[in-house]
Design a protein around this ligand. Structure first.
Ligand SMILES: Cc1cc2nc3c(=O)[nH]c(=O)nc-3n(C[C@H](O)[C@H](O)[C@H](O)COP(=O)(O)OP(=O)(O)OC[C@H]3O[C@@H](n4cnc5c(N)ncnc54)[C@H](O)[C@@H]3O)c2cc1C
Length: 380
């Protein structure tokens, strides 16, 4: 089968779906075809910890998350999604256990203040007032921002997909893009469903983007880092804010449904595409989670899953045009759920020929040409 489209979007996760929607909204005259090799929500977005924080230390991360938060706060209205996205806006508390972690938070506060974000720096006692179920032993201090939130990735993906379809985007699941080549002024995509000719192409398939750039002699420095999460049975309300513990290298989020989602870093993992959960990590992660939230000791853990972080050299997303005219990349740098609404709009504006503001231009793929990078420090 051979078919044509104005714009092909590769990848139907949070980035791809948000982009498809934003493109149709901005340019209803252009036909948009989205292709995903898997089923709905089968990529990293369906495996994420469901958190959104603007408490970052690098400009792009802060502004992308802030713009996205403003959109998530009005999601029902903006995407005509009255079912709601299980938005729980009870803030993020970030715990420091060493002087250097506390110093990092203070440095980030100065940067965040430039963009009108003013988290509170709080004491161990104030952490207890905010989240009585936490074991705060060893906590030297923390930062808290009450607009940070948790929300359902599945609802958000559903909201994007329905809104994109309503605007006429063509969403195709189970179609893999196997190869990408230049054809005249546009592109030829070899797919598992036949060849597709597209005027422009947006690669939103996260860690797999380099595989489709390679045939065009382009590269992007992104590495896949396996990570692991687990979820408990629903419990009575125990924990209001999302918690990021720099001591436990862990993120804990009690969702509106009552389940705890726990994401643990595993310093022993090396880069690679094998994201199968490791049996040995689960008990260690559970132990760490229980030491932070002792009430979890009595909870049943339902399941554990693995996923891939897309690690860029500066841990900021990559959004912009490549050196090949008409070819764009949208890479999440492991924060693609929380930054997806803004990323979608930015890509739509770039495709439409708008000049990006400086902070967006700084996220382009050309930044990896040896110039100094603004590195994100607030990662566990
Ligand atoms: C354990 C874990 C916890 C996380 N927690 C958070 C969090 O709390 N908040 C947050 O913001 N982020 C979090 N992240 C990161 C976040 O999940 C990702 O950054 C985000 O989901 C990436 O979105 P995406 O749309 O770029 O990629 P995906 O959701 O992976 O979508 C890409 C799609 O591309 C498709 N694809 C790949 N190759 C091809 C091809 N050749 N042809 C067609 N389709 C293709 C895939 O099937 C996939 O569906 C977490 C990640 C992990 C692993």
């Amino acid at each position: 089968m051979g078919w044509t489209t104005d714009i092909a979007v590769v990848g139907g996760g949070a980035y791809g779906l948000s982009i498809a929607h934003a493109l149709r909204q901005r340019r209803p005259d252009l036909f948009v075809t989205l292709l995903d090799l898997g089923d709905f929500a089968s990529g990293e977005t369906g495996r994420c910890g469901a958190g959104i924080r603007v408490q970052w230390g690098a400009t792009g991360n802060i502004l992308l998350s802030l713009r996205s938060l403003e959109i998530f706060e009005r999601f029902a209205e903006l995407y005509d999604y009255p079912d709601g996205i299980e938005f729980k806006q009870t803030g993020y508390v970030m715990l420091a256990y060493t002087e250097s972690q506390l110093e990092l938070f203070k440095t980030n506060l100065v940067i965040q203040a430039r963009y009108g974000i003013f988290p509170d720096i709080i004491t161990q006692q104030e952490v207890t007032r905010l989240a009585p179920s936490l074991n705060v032993a060893g906590v030297l201090g923390a930062v808290f921002f009450d607009r940070d939130a948790s929300l359902s990735p599945f609802r958000v993906l559903d909201g994007y997909a329905r809104a994109a379809k309503r605007l006429g985007a063509d969403l195709r699941w189970g179609v893999e893009v196997l190869d990408l080549a230049r054809e005249g002024d546009g592109f030829a995509l070899a797919t598992s469903a036949g060849s597709l000719a597209a005027g422009r192409v947006i690669l939103a398939n996260d860690t797999r983007i380099p595989q489709l750039l390679a045939p065009l002699a382009l590269d992007l420095p992104v590495k896949p880092l396996p990570n692991q999460a687990f979820v408990t049975e629903p419990l009575a309300p125990l924990l209001d804010p999302c918690v990021m513990s720099f001591g436990h290298e862990m993120f804990v989020n009690q969702t509106v449904r009552g389940s705890f989602v726990v994401v643990c870093s595993d310093k022993g993992r090396s880069f690679g595409f094998d994201s199968k959960p490791r049996a040995d990590l689960f008990p260690r992660s559970a132990e760490r989670a229980i030491s932070l939230v002792p009430a979890l000791a009595g909870a049943r853990f339902l399941r554990s899953w693995g996923g891939l972080y897309s690690v860029t050299p500066d841990m900021q997303p990559v959004l912009g045009a490549t050196a090949v005219p008409g070819l764009f990349v949208a890479l999440s740098s492991a924060k693609g759920f929380m930054t997806s609404p803004a990323a979608g709009r930015i890509i739509a504006e770039l495709v439409d020929g708008l000049s990006p503001p400086d902070w967006v231009a700084a996220l382009g793929p050309d930044r990896f040409d040896g110039r100094p990078l603004e590195k994100e420090p607030a990662v566990v």
